[in-house]
Design a protein around this ligand. Sequence first.
Ligand code: 2M8
Length: 411
Amino acid sequence: MTDTTLDDRARAILKGNDRGGYTVPTHGLYPYQWNWDSAFAAWGFSTFDVDRAWTELETLFSAQWGDGMVPHIVFHQASEGYFPGPDVWQTGTTPASSGISQPPVAAILARRIWEADAAAGRDRIAALYPKLLAWHRWWHDYRSRSGAVAITHPWESGRDNCPDWDPGMRNVDGSKVGPYTRRDTGHVDASMRPGKEDYDRYVAMVQFGRACGWDQETIVETGPFLMADPAITFILIRAHRDLAAIGAELGHSVTELESWAGELEAGLATIWNPEIGCYDARDLRTGEFAGILGSGGFLAWLSGAAREGVEETLFAIWDKVAYGIPSSDPGSAHFNPRRYWRGPMWPVVNSLIAMGFAEAGNGAAAERLRRETATLIREHGFYEYFDPVDGTPCGGSDFTWTAAVWLTWAG
Ligand code: 2M8
């Protein structure tokens, strides 16, 4: 296919996954609206329909909770195709939603969407701004207490079963969750998805949240899982700054956002693991580091937080594969090139990493990453993710965020 044909195909995927005001990540496997998928969808739409781009974000924020949290899934329409659905989460919200959040990329991408058409976007971004600010405040008040950003469920990281979460997962008791039926393995090869023990623990964490009425204080203080996530920390620092830039342009005082970004930047010291020479995920219940190098650490450039020596450490793992930056180190015992987030390369994360490289002045690395990602999409199509060693396409096909990053970055 030529790149023009691929552009057409990418636009057709976004339109085909549109369910009316929001897009699903892919047909079948994911039948609802996911938080960070939607932010990428909006960025993709902004290349050919800015009005639709804003609508995507507006629909997502229509599900914002009273405390500012923006849920990771919004269950607009009933579907039998996904587990766990609204009956399991039981959050009691309208629209129905999950009880956890997802990486706060919305402000980063909203700023880019606004740049795509400044005049048309002014009223839309002005209306979204207080909602984005409330969400950022939620991350600050509830999740930034240890210095870095904490997650209460691996699904909140967006990098669900990556080895970064293994220390925290070991302490979650999944043995008493009772029977349930997974749907994901009916859509894609089970060997590419998280295992049963992982799912038992995921469900146990949902059951804890449900039992305490999704009380954030209780979940953070006494829940089964609390880990510092370097990737979300980098993303939130960057998002605070982008939201501050938006706010300043709109005439708001942004000192609060700037101070939140500064606090997180200082807090990065708490997740520096000298043993691996990199920022690292850390179990906040035990203090244990995960000891994992992978795509999460590469997001340091997005917030301008890369330290001396990090480039050498991290680029060595990129050099071990042929296509893009893998979600974990191919040299480690945890690495699995096709099992979901335990090693594969995800175009969506690579687009954020490249954004960081470009802004840090490393245009050559940004271009290498773009080229490697584009090769996979040209050869195989718009898959959810890829094997970084031999390029095998994996997961769902006709995937919204892969189409979106083709239109905005890789293509
Ligand atoms: C994956 O996560 C969901 C749970 O949220 C799942 O596996 O069922 C992750 O890749 C996540 O980052 C993504 O937002 C979601 C939809 O694409 O799928």
